[in-house]
Write a protein that binds this ligand. Structure first.
Ligand SMILES: [Zn+2]
Length: 257
């Protein structure tokens, strides 16, 4: 958390404010980002801002500022510096991009080119997916969360996607039938697009918010994530929490086989 839908929501919130505008200065609110001050060549015009996996990429003329919100980070536009743990601010003439991160796990770095080894984006053409799955014995939920295999999906959306298609999280990727893979290929972009339309998911910790401080409404649509013991929305059986790859994993034992 935040995963693809939340980061995409952040990027969409920033884009109209910063693209084509001049980044004047940085304000560092956390010593771990001090090196950015000398690394960034300023002033610099923002050519574009995009999301790749769970990363925010601010493309300047010859440099890319890579922001990775990780567990609790949030990147937002505001005229004045917002309240809270602002670790880094990028100043423009009429406001700033602020990186708020209560748990301090987020990262920010300046590179010539973004070169993180990430798998393909899950919102594009997924024709590559069936052969990739059939070549792996990894549990399907961990496969979906592996950023090198497919970028942007984390614990929440992996659980939601697998409930949607009725596949148990621990099933080896190569055990999926042709029909299950076809369902999965449709469900991955569908679930993520629905979450983007809701501006993502705000969990009970309240840390993630949309660009105007709004709650990510996909929280109301969650079918299994965080619902241990509550009735399955499809069959009424209690949702079960197990641990897979060290992460809490939610599924309906009756609907997901
Ligand atoms: Zn069920």
């Amino acid at each position: 958390m935040p995963e693809l839908p939340e980061v995409e929501t952040m990027v969409r919130g920033l884009r109209p404010h910063v693209v084509g505008k001049t980044l004047i200065a940085t304000e560092v609110g956390d010593p771990k980002f001090a090196a950015l001050r000398s690394a960034l060549v300023l002033p610099a015009v923002v050519r574009s801002i995009e999301r790749r996996g769970k990363y925010v990429l601010v493309n300047l003329r010859d440099q890319v500022l890579v922001l990775h919100p990780r567990m609790s980070g949030r990147v937002l536009w505001a005229r004045r510096k917002p309240a809270g743990r602002v670790r880094l601010s990028l100043r423009f003439a009429d406001g700033g991009v602020h990186f708020v991160d209560p748990r301090r796990l987020g990262t920010a770095e300046v590179v010539g080119e973004f070169e993180e080894a990430l798998g393909p984006e899950p919102l594009g053409d997924l024709a590559w997916l069936p052969p990739a799955l059939s070549g792996s014995r990894m549990p399907i939920k961990l496969w979906l969360m592996d950023q090198k295999k497919i970028a942007g999906i984390g614990n929440i959306y992996a659980a939601e996607i697998l409930f949607r298609v009725g596949i148990a999280p621990h099933r080896p990727a190569n055990s999926l039938s042709r029909k299950e893979i076809a369902l999965l290929t449709q469900a991955i972009p569908a679930v993520l697009a629905e979450a983007i339309a809701c501006c993502g998911t705000t969990l009970a910790d309240g840390q993630y918010r949309g660009p105007r401080g709004e709650v990510g409404a996909f929280a109301c649509e969650l079918t299994v994530y965080g619902r241990a013991g509550e009735p399955c929305r499809r069959c009424g059986s209690p949702i079960v929490r197990t641990v897979l790859g060290g992460r809490g994993t939610y599924a309906c034992p009756r609907c997901q086989r």
